[in-house]
Design a protein around this ligand. Structure first.
Ligand SMILES: CC(C)(COP(=O)(O)OP(=O)(O)OC[C@H]1O[C@@H](n2cnc3c(N)ncnc32)[C@H](O)[C@@H]1OP(=O)(O)O)[C@@H](O)C(=O)NCCC(=O)NCCS
Length: 407
């Protein structure tokens, strides 16, 4: 332990909503504001003491009608002082883990002392858009055509395949077939329900409540994730049709299109001591990676692998692993790579990965998920009395992030 270690002193997220659920028209900005207030409120941190706020987001169309610089709008909305420095980060689904990495780097450089790493997304609130070429400059006569940036979630307009399609093809290439993906996805829901039943994901720890105003009557108080499904059967799962032309990815083994926000306060151990704050975990390393655009399923393993080599550690040194279930296929392919294709080792790694369920059950509000997997890992290590773990996530066009923490 060193005084210069970067430590996490507060970590919280909103419950994650379903695509068509309670939060479907709540702006990601409001989710971001709520989570920022909560993450500092829990430790009594004055906003003026947060040197910089990094905010991850992934689908700019959602907030396009609210104009740009979401990080700045959110910090002002949450009551941060006018001279607070903020930065919006778009590294696709990696964004809020990238926020953590950049925060660590800034603290280690000595440039700043306290950083908030956060992220938010509301996929249900993404508007349909009309292109300038077709409408503003093009539509002298005739009906207006709207586009749905969520459809085929991917980068099809720039010549890339939908992410679900790539994930399915790469999974097959790595010998991870539909049955295995469905089994993992079912397990994700079951593990979440077990964890929830044991009092995990409880308010005041990983989760905060949010109030969702209604047109009529009292606001809805949202206090748990909306996506986990009970009473699933392997038969129903197997009957679902693949989406977007993927060979294996279905609504069952993919996460939904979710809403939610997450945030963490990080600072040097020295600073935490001087402020009388208890470190919850030490961030031992952060690592970015990128690979061939089709191979998004591999990039969490690549980020973890790079980090382990630099840290002189192996995957066996990790007590727990979180790999974001961008699809069940992603977690399984990356674990298989980390296991060097050894079946016994692959199983061993599966047993300590996403032990309370993953994004297939919890949801994947893309900009918020990087910090989510990190805090889910941290709170579970805390419940177990400590240990070391790694969390990793992939992002569109094969970007990746990994983070190693010690509790
Ligand atoms: C897969 C996807 C297209 C499904 O969207 P959707 O059709 O709105 O999803 P739904 O939740 O309505 O599910 C569709 C059907 O599958 C069923 N279903 C979903 N999950 C199921 C499960 N685990 N077991 C059994 N049935 C399930 C639903 O009940 C529904 O059936 P119904 O039509 O009879 O009501 C969408 O969630 C998606 O694109 N997800 C991927 C998001 C993504 O790419 N994220 C980024 C990763 S990098």
């Amino acid at each position: 332990m060193s005084k210069n270690d970067v430590v996490i002193v507060s970590a919280v997220r909103t419950p994650f909503g379903r695509f068509d659920g309670i939060l479907k028209t709540t702006s990601s900005f409001d989710l971001g504001i709520d989570v920022l207030k909560e993450v500092i409120g829990r430790i009594g941190l004055d906003p003026k003491d947060a040197d910089e706020v990094y905010y991850g987001t992934c689908i700019p169309a959602e907030y396009a009608i609210l104009t740009n610089v979401p990080a700045r709008q959110i910090t002002l909305g949450a009551g941060f002082p006018e001279d607070n420095i903020s930065l919006t980060i778009d590294r696709a689904c990696c964004s809020s883990m990238t926020a953590l990495r950049l925060g660590c780097r800034a603290i280690k450089s000595g440039d700043v002392e306290v950083v908030i790493a956060s992220g938010a997304e509301n996929m249900g609130n993404v508007p349909l858009i009309a292109s300038a070429a077709k409408v503003r400059w093009g539509n002298r006569l005739g009906p207006i055509e709207l586009e749905d940036v969520l459809f085929e979630l991917g980068y099809g307009r720039r010549g890339f395949a939908p992410v679900a399609t790539d994930a399915g093809h790469v999974a097959i290439e790595y010998g991870v077939f539909r049955e295995k993906q469905d089994e993992w996805a079912l397990g994700s829901h079951q593990k979440w329900f077990n964890a929830y039943g044991e009092g995990k994901f409880k308010i005041g720890e990983e989760i905060m409540t949010i109030e969702v105003p209604q047109k009529k009557g009292d606001p809805i108080i949202m206090d748990r994730d909306e996506s986990p499904r009970e009473n699933l059967s392997p038969e129903k799962m197997a009957s679902l049709k693949p989406v977007y032309g993927s060979p294996t990815v279905t609504a069952g083994n993919a996460p939904g299109m979710n809403s939610g926000a997450s945030a963490m306060v990080i600072m040097s151990r020295k600073k935490a001591e001087s402020m009388g704050l208890k470190p919850l975990a030490t961030i031992e390393a952060c690592q970015a990676a990128a690979g061939a655009p089709k191979y998004m399923a591999c990039v969490p393993a690549q980020a973890i692998g790079k980090m382990l080599v630099k840290q002189g550690k192996t995957i066996d040194d990790m007590d727990l692993i979180e790999i974001n279930e961008a699809f069940a296929a992603v977690t399984l392919v990356s674990l298989k790579m980390l296991a060097d294709d050894d079946p016994g080792k692959w199983q061993e790694l599966q047993d300590k990965t996403n032990v309370n369920g993953g994004a297939v059950a919890i949801g994947h509000p893309v900009g918020a998920s990087g910090a989510r997997v990190t805090m889910t890992l941290m709170y579970e290590l805390m419940r177990r009395g400590g240990g070391r773990g790694v969390a990793a996530i992939c992002g569109g066009l094969s970007q990746g992030e990994a983070i190693m923490i010690n509790v």
